[in-house]
Design a protein around this ligand. Structure first.
Ligand SMILES: N[C@@H](CCC(=O)N[C@@H](CS)C(=O)NCC(=O)O)C(=O)O
Length: 266
């Protein structure tokens, strides 16, 4: 899919999805509108923010960024997300009412939770516990499962040590989650941004080498979240972007990145 193809998404369903970068003015994005713009591609980190926005019922629009075709290097997108990664948001009504943009899904979830007063407990103890599990996802579950996907599914060479290393780490992390969920409906008791951050990474559990029946609490938690109407809506809308295909071109874009590319010198 090229940027041009993304534009053909104009107007699909209830008007919240817009073509990539439509109306963006440069220097940081869609600042003419008070509505939140989600810079998005249907991947686990992208799903997190779409789930939050659906759960909170915030009006938003989506700017698809086809990371398999290099759209994350467009200057308009880099102005919002200098790390050339999705997700990112622009909020026409940020802190103090001024336009604001953010990248890093954990920071975005925290921002949206504070903005809306949803999915982050207000009492200090519960709030910090939720942040602890959010950080666990950002520093552990996401990156380690990402390496599991890389070496198990995408790497051109099958490296047994790397595959085993990340499969073992995956099993360890699922076991930690399993223990935490004993006696709790959600990770921190009530449904929070910690669940929203972790869930999308556990959806492809089979591909991660996980036998989900070995983790009955995690299986029960996955099913509960999958059935939430907002989660169903987020995944339905994700299909409008198409699939995050890992074809040869995508592998070249995603796995060939160097410092020179990040500096815009290549
Ligand atoms: N820590 C970041 C990770 C974001 C990330 O890795 N995004 C991937 C998709 S899941 C991406 O945009 N990849 C584009 C690239 O590698 O160039 C977050 O949680 O937002």
């Amino acid at each position: 899919m090229t940027r041009g193809d993304s534009r053909s998404l104009t107007g699909v369903r209830d008007g919240v999805w817009i073509p990539a970068f439509a109306g963006m003015t440069g220097g940081g994005g869609e600042y003419n509108s008070p509505m939140i713009t989600l810079h998005y591609w249907p991947t686990p980190n992208g799903h997190k923010v779409a789930i939050f926005l659906e759960e909170a019922g915030l009006p938003y629009r989506v700017a698809p960024v086809n990371i398999g075709r290099g759209e994350q290097f467009a200057p308009e997108f880099l102005a919002v997300s200098p790390n050339n990664r999705i997700p990112a948001i622009t909020d026409g009504e940020g802190p103090g009412g001024a336009p604001f943009s953010l990248f890093e899904s954990g920071a975005i979830l925290f921002y949206l939770a504070e903005k809306t007063g949803r999915f982050l407990p207000q009492t200090p103890r519960e709030k910090h516990e939720t942040m602890q599990w959010l950080m666990w996802q950002m520093g552990g579950l996401g990156p380690m499962l990402g390496q599991n996907h890389h070496f198990g599914q995408y790497a051109p060479e099958k490296i047994p040590y790397a595959i085993a290393r990340y499969e073992k780490e995956t099993m360890r992390l699922y076991s930690v989650l399993e223990k935490q969920l004993r006696g709790r409906e959600y990770i921190c008791g009530e449904y929070t941004i910690a669940d929203i951050a972790c869930y999308p990474w556990t959806v492809p559990h089979e591909k991660q080498g996980i036998v989900i029946s070995d983790y009955p609490e995690v299986a029960r938690w996955i099913k509960t979240i999958a059935e939430r109407p907002a989660v169903v809506r987020a995944y339905e809308k994700a299909k409008l972007c198409g699939e995050a295909k890992m074809d040869d071109e995508a592998k070249k874009v995603l796995f060939g990145q160097t410092g020179e590319i990040a500096r815009g010198e290549k």
